[in-house]
Ligand binder design. Structure first.
Ligand code: FES
Length: 119
């Protein structure tokens, strides 16, 4: 069997909601992973793209987080409703989804505000 061209790692780590850091599962990452899996299959990418669950990737203030390898493209604040755009734009058209990028200034600012609130 051929190795996949890409993997999408979705953090499904869960913390107590009162914990000092947020967690991806509490931000809907399990639903995101399920949606990505379904859409990858529907797009005919099964076998070429694997959707995998991971534990914490230490980007918790950006939860929910997923990363596409080998592209090394990190996405922040991802919801299940964003899965279609990731599959369509990134996986099928090779255009990372700008507004979800980890380094998008709006996402960096949002993560910083989130971290400040918890301190
Ligand atoms: S809980 Fe998801 S990156 Fe830490």
């Amino acid at each position: 069997m051929a190795v996949p061209e890409r993997q999408i790692l979705v953090c499904i780590n869960e913390r107590d909601p009162s914990a000092s850091r947020p967690s991806c599962r509490n931000e809907g990452s399990k639903k995101l992973k399920d949606e990505l899996k379904d859409l990858v299959k529907d797009a005919g990418l099964k076998g070429r793209v694997r959707v995998l669950e991971t534990s914490c990737m230490d980007q918790c203030e950006h939860a929910a987080v997923c990363v596409v390898y080998p592209d090394n493209v990190w996405y922040s604040f991802v919801k299940a409703k964003d899965a279609e755009e990731i599959v369509q734009e990134h996986l099928l058209n090779n255009r990372p989804v700008e507004h979800l990028l980890h380094d998008n200034p709006a996402n960096l600012a949002h993560a910083e505000r989130r971290a400040e609130k918890r301190n």
